[in-house]
Design a protein around this ligand. Structure first.
Ligand code: ZN
Length: 304
């Protein structure tokens, strides 16, 4: 009923935003409940919210709680309170349900396993038993300063000889990137971007031997399954977008639009992190900060 009303009001206005001319805009807030949500996250989420509103679309909440060690139950409980305090509202999520659930990643393992199986059948991934240390020691030096070390390809041609599902899930799996292929996309905020596979990023993890998908695989599976049309997130994830585009293609999913927001930095240019405790949403709320400042251009005044 709600969808119908919105559509009708658009027709009456006589103009349909480009974003939803084809399909209805669906955006998402995708916090990780590790207890360190801060001003920077709020700014990105508020941008996501205003883009969804401008397109008269839907905004959903998806809780990225796969890391069992870091996502404590008390953090999950306070997440919605903190987001609401910052002025964020959503119409689908773990607390309000919706037809694209479950909305917590910890409840979506069957979907991730299915995607892993598709990638295996298509021979696009390989089992890798290198430790993190092995990779760091043997890694090819990053192409640029500040770039990431590239996976050296140690296990690239290793045979996939697993049979049962149990065995598969206890192994690291990497996606074999097409070396030398430029992955280009048009970011809706930052313009055209290109990252060369095998040069700026190497064979990346899609599954971890502790039984959970990597960030890259989980968000692609979820954004596709939840019919997300635009992904709004921090610009630290720009290169992740290139990896994810490879996964969208490998899994025959529609690629959403991307809008990357600049990161909030302190006066010395450092990005905000867990150490900036007084800028956490929880702290600011307890201190009685007026949340309206988060939505105004004066938010930088909070960073003394
Ligand atoms: Zn390896």
């Amino acid at each position: 009923m709600r969808a119908f009303t919105c559509k009708l009001s658009l027709i009456l206005k006589g103009s349909m935003p480009e974003e939803i001319a084809g399909r209805r805009y669906r955006g998402r807030l995708a916090p990780t409940p590790t207890g360190c949500m801060h001003l920077g996250h709020a700014r990105t989420f508020l941008t996501a919210q205003s883009r969804a509103e401008a397109a008269q679309g839907i905004l959903i909440l998806r809780v990225e709680d796969l890391d069992r060690d870091r996502c404590k139950p008390e953090f999950i409980a306070s997440l919605a309170e903190d987001l609401n305090w910052a002025g964020l509202r959503w119409s689908e999520g773990p607390d309000v349900s919706g037809s694209f659930g479950p909305y917590s990643q910890s409840e979506r393992l069957p979907q991730y396993i299915e995607a892993l199986q598709v990638l295996r059948r298509r021979n696009l991934i390989f089992p890798c038993d290198c430790s993190r240390k092995d990779v760091q020691l043997a890694a090819v030096a990053p192409h640029e300063e500040g770039g990431e070390p590239l996976y050296p390809g140690t296990c690239r041609s290793k045979a996939d000889s697993f049979s049962g599902e149990e065995d598969i899930l206890g192994v690291n799996w990497r996606f074999r990137v097409p070396d030398g292929t430029p992955i280009a996309f048009h970011d809706k905020n930052l313009g055209p971007r290109t990252f060369v596979a095998g040069k700026e990023f190497g064979d990346f993890l899609v599954w971890r031997k502790d039984g959970i998908p990597s960030y890259e695989l989980a968000v692609v599976v979820d954004d596709a399954a939840m019919a997300i049309t635009e992904v709004v997130r921090g610009e630290d994830l720009l290169m992740s977008t290139a990896r994810q585009i490879l996964l969208y293609q490998a899994l025959d999913f529609d690629i959403p639009d991307f809008y990357h927001c600049p990161l909030v930095r302190d006066s010395s240019g450092r990005r905000l992190a867990k150490r900036d405790k007084d800028l956490s949403l929880r702290e600011m709320r307890q201190r009685g900060v007026d949340p309206a400042i988060l939505r105004s251009e004066k938010f930088m005044d909070l960073i003394a």
